[in-house]
Every structure is written in structure tokens, then in C-alpha cells.
Design a binder for this molecule. Structure first.
Ligand SMILES: [Zn+2]
Ligand SMILES: [Zn+2]
Length: 281
């Protein structure tokens, strides 16, 4: 029986990070609770190979971000993406939850907004090296536009990137899409937009894997507030888990995106991990 992988690094819990602050400070008890779930296997992320990062970013950028307060957050987030992607594609685990999603504001030669190193870039490059042609559908439901991820994959039609942000745009033969969710949205309105703009596109695209940047900065009272309630996030994960089950053998990786509310990060993580673990039993 394949398990759900839970990927984290202890440094995530120890520091105060720029933008997201100390939202992981209380996670020791969350991780202990997750360790009690028999269908979940916990992985401590290793440092990613620099040669892989150098295929995605310029040497100048990788030197520059070493001085950024979020360097290790980005470094181990990228490592988590690489390891989780490989284990899911190899069939070692069914699906995965990353405590930190790879940085969606990191492009080849730029990184901003708390981001330092791309997650999707090295993950997909590594998957193609190990498994050949791999098609990935990226769902970005952080409040902000995933400009780094978009820039890295523009022109790569084996990557579907659907980003829920503040504009409507379709480019790259329909494989790169932005959807304006509005400044205020109810949970139902947002979910309807995902059903309309991501689910049918992903079904047509037929990916090998779905990678989801699950920001919770969209929650009421957080810094990217769109008016969403805490219950929205597990509902969304359940829908995409079921989609992955229909179209790509359940291969679904969820990474926690932006958002500074510690209570919400803990709630979403526990609920999402339990929802992912349900399919493996
Ligand atoms: Zn954001
Ligand atoms: Zn966008």
C-alpha cells in the first residue's frame, strides 16, 4: 500500500521568515500528530543538488539569494519538490504534502516576494531526466500571480499552468492561463472558478502529475485577503485529489503557499494531509 509523503525540514520551524513570519513555530505538535497517521510517511528534506538548480537559475541569482533571509526556506522547498516529485512518479508514495511549496515568484534570473529558488523548475527538470517526457499540471491558488513559474515554463506546452490571481489571460496555446478571482470571493464562487477554469483543462491536458501551490494568504484577515474561510482549503484539496485520481492515478503534490496566519497553516496542513492519506488505504 502506497502512503502519503509529508515533506519538511526542521529549519522551517526554527526561524522567523520574511513575509510569512513564524507561522511554523508551533508545528512540532502538528508533525507529531501527522506521525500518528499510519498511512503517512514523513520525510526530512535533503539539500537539493546545486547542479540541478544551476540548470534552472543563473549563477548570479543563486549567489545573490544566499544573502536573502528566506534563502533556506527556498532551498529546502526546492529540495522537497524534487524529492516528492521523484517519489510520486516512481510509485514509492501515492501523493505528497510539502510544508513549504516551491517559490512561485522565482524565475531564471529573478526572485522576490519572499521567494528565493523555484520549486516547479527543478522538480520538473529532474522528473524529465529520470522518467523522460513528463507532463505536469500546475494549479496555483496563492493570492498572487505566479510570475516566476510562468516565466520558466512559457513556451513549454507540456506544462499546464493555471494561476488564480487578479487578471484574466490565456497564452501559450491555452497551456498558460490566469483567472481573476476578484477582491472578494465566497468559498463557493472561488470553487466554481476552479471547476470552470482548471478541472476541464486538466482533464484535456492529461498530465502525469498535478502540483498545487496552496496559498492561504487568500483567507480573511491575511495579507492577500480574498475573503475565503478556513473550510475552503480542505474542500479544494479534496476536489483536486479526486481529479488526480480520475486523470493521473492520484499523483498529486500539494505545497503550502503564502499566508502568515499560524492557526490556519496548522489547520490546513492537518486537514489536507488527512484528505491525501484517505486515497492510499
Ligand atoms: Zn501570495
Ligand atoms: Zn496569475
Amino acid at each position: 500500500m502506497m502512503k502519503t509523503g509529508f515533506f519538511y525540514h526542521p529549519v522551517f520551524l526554527r526561524r522567523a521568515w520574511s513575509i510569512i513570519g513564524r507561522k511554523f513555530a508551533g508545528f512540532q505538535k502538528v508533525i507529531e500528530e501527522i506521525s500518528q497517521i499510519p498511512e503517512v510517511q514523513i520525510f526530512e528534506i535533503k539539500e537539493p543538488p546545486m547542479e540541478l538548480l544551476l540548470e534552472v537559475h543563473t549563477r548570479e541569482l543563486l549567489e545573490r539569494v544566499k544573502g536573502d533571509p528566506n534563502y533556506y526556506l527556498g532551498l529546502y522547498a526546492a529540495g522537497g519538490c524534487i524529492e516528492a516529485g521523484e517519489k510520486v512518479l516512481a510509485g514509492e508514495i501515492a501523493n505528497a504534502f510539502l510544508l513549504v511549496a516551491g517559490c512561485h515568484h522565482a524565475g531564471r534570473d529573478f526572485a522576490w516576494g519572499g521567494c528565493t529558488i523555484s520549486g516547479a523548475g527543478p522538480m520538473i527538470l529532474n522528473l524529465r531526466r529520470k522518467f523522460g517526457k513528463v507532463r505536469v499540471a500546475i494549479l496555483d491558488t496563492d493570492s498572487h500571480h505566479g510570475d516566476g513559474t510562468r516565466a520558466l515554463f512559457l513556451g513549454d506546452r507540456d506544462v499546464l499552468h493555471v494561476c488564480f490571481c487578479s487578471m484574466n489571460r490565456t497564452e501559450d496555446g491555452g497551456t498558460k492561463v490566469d483567472v481573476d478571482v476578484g477582491w472578494r470571493s465566497s468559498d463557493d464562487e472561488y470553487l466554481e472558478k476552479v471547476r470552470e477554469h482548471f478541472i476541464p483543462k486538466a482533464e484535456d491536458f492529461a498530465p502525469d502529475l498535478i502540483y498545487h501551490i496552496l496559498g492561504h494568504d487568500t483567507a480573511r484577515g491575511d495579507y492577500g485577503d480574498r475573503g475565503l474561510s478556513p473550510e475552503f482549503y480542505p474542500r479544494l484539496v479534496r476536489e483536486i485529489r479526486d481529479l488526480a485520481r480520475r486523470i493521473c492515478s492520484g499523483r498529486y503534490i500539494v505545497g503550502l503557499g503564502g499566508g502568515a496566519r499560524a492557526d490556519l497553516a496548522e489547520y490546513i496542513t492537518l486537514r489536507a494531509v488527512r484528505i491525501l492519506a484517505e486515497i492510499t488505504s
